[in-house]
Design a protein around this ligand. Structure first.
Ligand code: HDE
Length: 701
């Protein structure tokens, strides 16, 4: 049969294997073969609605290969979800080198200015399972696969630059503690429970990470508005074989933005897919997310200046001590064609490095290098997962003697499957072009030990805390009180407060008071040095690194029939001019008719589009329908929540709603009118700031 004949019959003609075109574009042919429905064997199916049976209804026949094949395949659709980072969202992108650094690393992406390297990025939460909600208080994964000209390099990072533990051997315990308890199978996707805090309270090395975790970093507004970090200290290695230590940072062009805890709780109900939907819509509307890749580079002499060890993954190097220098930009520009084939099957491995990038002796990184490869075999079921299009290298050939295994599709031709051979065939190792590990002299006794240089657990925890604005400090305090109040065992709460005593005594006292502890505990016992006072670092605050414009954000505009046509069109034009989006929330999804008779379709129905989904809100009602809207409890929640979340609010014809929402005497500097063009300009200018924070102090906690 010819290919054309096969296509006519709806077959796929051996095109089942996916491949990458010259431009690196993803082509997935499976399932797209033609307009005839076929079995996996290519047989056209005559009836996809009724199984084969004798009589009516009659027993179903084992002979029905169409039914059996279909159900068999369905039964095997699931693969094990990732043991951590199960819930994720992936996107394609490009990395552009903006500053070449060949003198420091020979890694292909950094050899020339303007060099483009294709990438695939997967963002994730850590603790929740695949179906959990997006706005759990949790660390976010930020994993980047670079398809370089010299092989794949995976930078598998998080949105927090430090980690809970210093040694990989503790990881299963940490993860068991945070995940659902084995007897009851809950709590899901949260850390506010006894097991997690029990483990943490007994693990002083977690204290720095815990301060980050209790900050608004773990409730980012979007994956687009968070930083990424490689966490470990890696090595850059140049062509001469010289090494420079490096720490990787992704800095979002969108500015850092987070939600408030009460918002997070409500968003999880209103839109559990918030973060993935946000990325989907950003790409679809052409608002491409961008991050600068910045590197902190230093040598051994610089590393030796610190009391702590630069190989300790619970430590940062403050940017004031070692600047983060931008060397490139990552732009996410393409959605996946298929979630399973790409986002689910992508296999990140920390061991995937390319010439010019090397590991250090960070004990966490060393353990990860085992775990990721191992976990991919479990998840994807075959060592041939590297051949899946999303995992296969793009910029370079792959040539070796690995063969067979489940789902093998590309064994070598010919008789030679070993090396060395004298057949004059097949690939050979290349000492000059090949990957050469950086040579390090190591000596010492074989022991299980924790270096003395890893002993200080509180100095940087305090440095993080004192680097925050007073608003952010308040959020850390509230998060600690919330989480610890969910612990049923009082000893656990007390042990955490005892650790906080080493970090900040005021914070410890506020948390103790919030928990209603009868008295302050003694500071937690320590075996090593307790604390050195370090200066604050602005880079550690979210609010000091916010967006510089309102672009990319969204105003939720609640309207009703008879809304003033001129006000509506001025507001809409001004929002568009600011590079932001307007979403209309109306009594019915069909929309509203304005005073000029024009229909405006709604994006959400009142109640379906609560104000937690928007960055700022406007209420713009028709004179004859305003009273009806004011009676709607969901409309009242819209306004009350926007107020409680310190949002900027613009109002027109909303007096009755303000009264019904109990806000009459609470209107403050965060409220604006909508009557004149100047009103609208003032409103949108104010919106550049994330929130009207002055209001927060007036709200009862
Ligand atoms: Fe992971 N981690 N991890 N991790 N991790 C996994 O690999 C592990 C750690 C991170 O989007 C798993 O493919 C160990 C630090 C991300 O597919 C697993 C240790 C950091 C992702 C695994 C750590 C991370 C993972 C589960 C301690 C930030 C998602 C599924 C030694 C630098 C990647 C998988 C994706 C995923 C093991 C600690 C980031 C089990 C043993 C530190 C972003 O292999």
């Amino acid at each position: 049969m010819t290919k054309d004949q096969a296509k006519q019959r709806g077959g796929e003609f051996n095109d089942l294997v996916s491949d990458y075109g010259a431009g690196g574009e993803f082509h997935q042919h499976a399932g797209e073969g033609g307009d005839r429905l076929t079995t996996a064997q290519g047989v056209v199916i005559a009836d996809n609605q009724n199984s084969l049976r004798t009589g009516a209804p009659g027993p179903t026949l084992l002979e029905d290969f169409v039914l059996r094949e279909k159900i068999f395949h369905f039964d095997h659709e699931r693969i094990p979800e990732r043991v951590v980072h199960a819930r994720g969202f992936g996107l394609h992108g490009i990395f552009e080198c903006t500053r070449a650094i060949p003198e420091i690393t020979r890694a292909a992406p950094f050899q020339s200015k303007g060099k483009i390297t294709e990438t695939f990025v997967r963002f994730s939460t850590v603790a929740g399972s695949k179906g959990s909600m997006d706005l759990a208080r949790d660390v976010r994964g930020f994993a980047v696969k670079f398809y370089t000209d010299e092989g794949n390099w995976d930078l598998v990072g998080n949105n927090i630059p430090v980690f809970f533990i210093q040694d990989a051997i503790k990881f299963p315990d940490l993860v068991h503690a945070v995940k659902p308890a084995p007897d009851r199978g809950f709590p899901q996707a949260q850390s506010a429970h006894d097991n997690f805090w029990d483990f943490i309270s007994l693990t002083p090395e977690s204290m720095h990470m815990v301060m980050w975790q209790m900050s608004d970093r773990t409730i980012p507004k979007s994956f687009r508005t968070m930083e990424g970090f490689g966490v470990h200290t890696f090595r850059f290695v140049n062509a001469a074989g010289e090494s420079t230590f490096v720490k990787f940072h992704w800095k979002p062009r969108q500015g850092l933005q987070s939600v408030l805890w009460d918002e997070a709780v409500k968003i999880n109900g209103a839109d559990p897919d918030r973060h993935r939907r946000d990325l989907w819509e950003a790409i679809e509307t052409g608002d491409l997310p961008r991050w600068d890749l910045a590197v902190q580079m230093f040598d051994q002499a610089f590393a030796d200046r610190f009391d702590f060890d630069v190989l300790d993954p619970t430590k940062i190097i403050p940017e004031e001590e070692c600047p983060a220098e931008v060397i490139g930009t990552l732009t996410l520009n393409r959605l996946v064609d298929n979630f399973f084939a790409e986002t689910e099957q992508v296999a990140f491995c920390t061991q995937n490095v390319v010439p010019g990038i090397d590991f250090t002796d960070d004990p966490l990184l060393q353990g990860r290098n085992f775990s990721y490869l191992d976990t991919q075999l479990k998840r994807l079921g075959s060592p041939n997962f590297t051949k899946l299009p999303i995992n296969a290298p793009r910029g370079c050939p792959v040539s070796n003697y690995q063969q067979d295994g489940h789902m093998q599709t590309s064994n070598r031709k010919g008789r030679v499957n070993y090396e060395p051979n004298s057949w004059g065939q097949g690939p050979r190792a290349h000492p000059l072009e090949g990957y050469v590990s950086y040579s390090v002299r190591n000596e010492g006794e074989k022991r299980r030990l924790r270096p003395e240089s890893f002993a200080d657990h509180y100095s940087q925890a305090r440095q993080f805390y004192i680097s925050q604005t007073s608003i952010e400090k308040g959020h850390i305090r509230d998060a600690l009180i919330f989480e610890l109040s969910k612990c049923e065992v009082e000893d656990i709460r007390v042990r955490i407060v005892a650790h906080l005593m080493h970090i900040d005594t005021d914070l410890a006292a506020e948390v103790a008071q919030g928990l209603g502890l009868p008295s302050m505990p003694d500071p937690a016992p320590t075996s090593g040095p307790t604390r050195t006072d370090l200066p604050p670092s602005d880079a550690l605050s979210i609010l000091k690194n916010g967006p510089i414009s309102f672009a990319g954000r969204t105003v939720g505009v609640m309207v009703s029939d008879g809304v003033d046509a001129a006000a509506m069109s001025s507001l809409s034009a001004a929002i568009k001019a600011a590079g932001a989006q307007m979403k209309i929330v109306a009594p019915a999804i069909g929309g509203v008719i304005d005073s000029g008779g024009t229909l405006h379709r709604a994006d959400e129905k009142i109640g379906g589009g609560p104000s937690v989904l928007f960055d700022a809100v406007a209420v713009l009602l028709g004179p004859d329908t305003a009273a009806m809207v004011a009676r709607n409890p969901a409309a009242q929640d819209f306004l009350r929540d926007a107020h409680a979340h310190c949002k900027f609010i613009a109002l027109d014809q909303a007096k009755e709603l303000v009264t019904a929402s109990g806000l009459t005497d609470k209107l403050d500097g965060g409220y604006f009118g909508l009557t004149t063009g100047d009103d609208i300009t003032d409103f949108l200018d104010a919106c550049v700031d994330l929130r009207f924070w002055a209001r927060e102090a007036t709200l009862a906690h």
